[in-house]
Design a protein around this ligand. Structure first.
Ligand SMILES: Cc1cc2nc3c(=O)[nH]c(=O)nc-3n(C[C@H](O)[C@H](O)[C@H](O)COP(=O)(O)OP(=O)(O)OC[C@H]3O[C@@H](n4cnc5c(N)ncnc54)[C@H](O)[C@@H]3O)c2cc1C
Length: 409
């Protein structure tokens, strides 16, 4: 049998991880990555962090041309895929050409949700290197920059922009930054952090109008109006499902895939921000984190290389705000009835929130304590019972809990 050709549609995080994992797993056929951006795969998280604050491309590129050449991976940039023709075993491009494909991984990611009419020179939506570079050019001392949406992206951009000397105003209808994503206590701690650093927080107010103009962008809230030089809109993303729809795949909130990443068509997989996967712990869910994209890509690569694998780990992510590292584990599956336990001091930016259910750990979120979550992952994987008292007690080493069979009484 001749070697199979695998094509990844979309040259981002999934593509880079899949290419590396395929070669590691001994997949011998041609691997082709097709992306519509002018450059190859890069660290998208840098766009709201180091690239935005300092420019430069230290650690930016996920695959070098030398690696691609040495590993027989073909990277096609500036190439837009129209659809997958599973019947003829090919991928059709917008320029009318086609590429033979025995196996396809759909990894088209997502794009920023846009507000109708909120466009123009002074309005920014951040997803690509070009978006981030355009914004950086607008960040200078004394410029007043509005950030609409205080989620992960908005709060990271606020921190990076402040570092360039701009004045920052963050608008969010929630009263506390990141509370929905990370819990009330971590949210309150991070809100305090941004306030102390000098961000002007306009929280808990609905926006009634946004008017981009030649001299600035005016944001109208219930308590008045504010004009900023530029506005960065960070209100989430929508998955790029057009290729999937045109290819006849089942699409809901993303391309629906099973735990192995298989779509409704044979030999077509999907992963990353575009995929709504059937997770063994959480059910069907679409997640927008690098680690999840990488694990899904690695599982697909293993499956294609003949060792069927699922991406069933608890979801993990990080965010950096200024010099503060924040991480979350298993937050996708939290329930309002879970018990929250604090270890350390979140207000002092040195602590962890744990979530417990029926004596087992189901999630954690940490500020400057990534090591707590490393142990938490093991406690969760091994289903070791723990008590709230043990988790809260700083005299108890978390590693020691890995040794115990039963909760101490
Ligand atoms: C500014 C920013 C900061 C982030 N920070 C973090 C962070 O700190 N931590 C974290 O865990 N996650 C972070 N994320 C999320 C993370 O980047 C995504 O989860 C990750 O990029 C998903 O990888 P992907 O391969 O699914 O999609 P992407 O990396 O977006 O790659 C998809 C690629 O497909 C291309 N494409 C789309 N349609 C087509 C088509 N028809 N033909 C060809 N190509 C196409 C797109 O242009 C894109 O290049 C951040 C995201 C952004 C935007």
């Amino acid at each position: 049998m001749s070697e199979q050709t695998l094509v990844v549609v979309g040259a981002g995080h999934v593509a880079a991880s899949a290419a590396r994992a395929l070669r590691r797993r001994g997949f011998a056929g041609p691997v082709v990555l097709i992306g519509d951006e002018p450059v190859g795969p890069y660290q998208r998280p840098h766009l709201s962090k180091e690239r935005l604050s300092a420019g430069g491309d230290d650690g930016l590129w996920l695959l070098t041309p030398a690696w691609c050449e040495a590993n027989d991976v073909t990277l096609r940039t500036n190439s837009t895929v129209e659809r997958i023709a599973a019947d003829t075993g090919s991928v059709l491009l917008a320029d009318g050409s086609s590429i033979p494909a025995d196996v396809v991984v759909l990894a088209t990611g997502g794009r920023p949700r846009r507000l109708p009419g909120v466009e123009g020179e002074r309005v920014h939506y951040i997803r690509t290197l070009a978006d981030s570079d355009r914004l950086r050019e607008r960040l200078s001392i004394g410029r007043r920059i509005g950030v609409l949406g205080g989620g992960f992206l908005g709060s990271e951009i606020a921190a990076a922009a402040l570092g360039r000397g701009a004045e920052i105003v963050v608008f969010d209808r929630d009263p506390v930054l990141l509370a929905r994503a990370m819990g009330a206590d971590i949210g309150a701690a991070l809100t305090g952090l941004h306030q102390r650093r000098g961000i002007d927080l306009r929280l808990g107010q609905a926006i009634s109008a946004i008017r981009p103009g030649a001299d600035g962008v005016t944001i109208v809230t219930e308590s008045g109006s504010e004009t900023v030089d530029d506005l960065v809109v960070c209100i989430g993303i929508q998955p790029n499902t057009e290729v999937a729809v045109r290819s006849g795949l089942v699409v809901g909130n993303g391309v629906e895939v099973d735990a192995q990443g298989r779509t409704s068509l044979p030999n077509v997989f999907a992963a990353g921000d575009v995929a709504a996967h059937d997770h063994p712990l959480y059910g069907r869910v679409r997640v927008e984190h690098v680690d999840v994209a990488q694990r899904q890509a690695a599982a697909i690569a293993a499956t294609v290389a003949g060792r069927p694998s699922t991406a069933g780990d608890a979801h993990w992510f990080w965010t950096d705000q200024y010099d503060i590292n924040v991480q979350g584990l298993g937050l996708t599956g939290l329930r309002p009835t879970d018990t929250v336990v604090t270890r350390g001091s979140l207000a002092d930016l040195d602590g962890t929130s744990f979530w417990l259910r029926d004596g087992l750990l189901v999630g954690g979120a940490s500020i400057e304590r990534g090591e707590d979550l490393s142990v938490a992952r093991e406690l969760m994987d091994l289903e070791i019972p723990v008590s709230a008292e043990q988790l809260a007690d700083e005299l108890v080493e978390l590693e020691d809990l890995l040794e115990q069979e039963e909760v101490r009484v």
